[in-house]
Design a protein around this ligand. Structure first.
Ligand code: AMP
Ligand code: MG
Length: 316
């Protein structure tokens, strides 16, 4: 059963559920977000499971203030200027992630950068303050469906798959946040959204670079994989056992001698929560390659296999 929450009691209940690692759809001024504790890998894996998302793309983290955001990411230059000009508001900034961020690597899909936003809706601000940490939240709709701008829309798409919906009335902006990448030499527009590009350009005093379309399964130039982490070692898929010299990333019971195991009990949610942490760990160990056991291709296994297939794809 998905709880419908509202008012003061609803706000405390939402914060309590989120602290317990549950999924709660929350109102923001852009669209309703499907929120989970960004420091809890299993909770974050639940977002992908509930949405039926076939890919682990990085998620936006929501904070109550620039001060709180500065504990997670590094703000200087254009990032600081844009945050000061437009937060709280419908602007997401991609900045370098602090090593001490405490985020689950699933939130950033294993990247060293992080997408951060301070929402303007007072109810969202108060929930973030009551919760007391970063909330990872993509739009609260099943994958491939349109973004929800009311609690009713959320319930239609996700009832029974999430713990609760906090009703904050209709979302005023109705489209997603504008995303600007501030990790390169000059800020770059990654996604147009609720904050007009003209407003950004006026604040920057310069035209904003636009993201160039990329084909992320077959990158043709270095840097095109910037929004995707891939291990440096070759990755071998569907391995029953590792070839000589290779490391073995197992899944399920009966693999006591494996280098690591995504989930000894064969739980896909646990495997998703561990995926990036273990890929990074094995990538840093001596060994010629990372051989990965077969992962069942259903539920979260689809997103795990998507990530592993990209990691195993030939690279230039
Ligand atoms: P959604 O989760 O649907 O709101 O989409 C979030 C968007 O932010 C996606 O387009 C992501 O690719 C983008 N994004 C999130 N984090 C990063 C990051 N660290 N680097 C680049 N893009 C990001
Ligand atoms: Mg979405």
């Amino acid at each position: 059963m998905t709880e419908r929450l509202e008012g003061e009691a609803g706000l405390s209940r939402a914060a309590e559920l989120l602290r317990a690692g549950e999924l709660v759809a929350i109102p923001t001024e852009t669209v309703y977000g499907l929120a989970a504790d960004a420091r809890n890998g299993t909770a974050v894996a639940g977002i992908f499971e509930a949405k039926g998302r076939p890919r682990f793309n990085p998620l936006i983290c929501h904070l109550p203030s620039l001060e709180a955001a500065s504990d997670i990411g590094v703000f200087d230059g254009a990032a600081l200027a844009l945050a000061q000009a437009f937060w709280p508001g419908p602007l997401t900034l991609v900045v370098p992630r602090r090593a001490s961020s405490g985020l689950s690597p699933l939130v950033t899909a294993g990247l060293q950068t992080v997408a951060l936003r301070v929402p303007a809706l007072p109810l969202a601000q108060r929930l973030l303050t009551a919760f007391g940490g970063p909330l990872a939240a993509p739009s609260a709709n099943p994958s491939g469906k349109i973004s929800p701008s009311t609690a009713e829309h959320v319930a239609t798409g996700l009832a029974g798959r999430i713990a609760a919906v906090l009703d904050g009335g209709p979302a005023g902006v109705g489209v997603e946040s504008t995303i600007v990448d501030c990790t390169g030499p000059a800020p770059r527009l990654l996604r147009p959204g609720g904050l007009p590009v003209e407003a950004l350009e006026q604040a920057l005093g310069a035209p904003l670079n636009r993201a160039t379309p990329t084909n992320d399964t077959a990158p043709s130039a270095p840097g095109q994989l910037s929004s995707h982490y891939a291990p440096a070692k070759p990755v071998l898929l569907n391995a029953a056992a590792p070839p000589p010299g290779a490391l073995f990333l197992a899944f399920g019971p009966g693999h006591e001698t494996a280098t690591a195991n995504l989930s000894p009990s064969g739980d896909l949610r646990e495997a998703a929560a561990n995926l990036f942490t273990l890929l990074h760990r094995l990538d840093a160990m001596p060994g010629t390659a990372i051989a990965v056991a077969p992962i069942p291709n259903h539920g979260l296994g689809l997103a795990i296999n998507d990530r592993l297939t990209r990691a195993a794809a030939p690279r230039g």
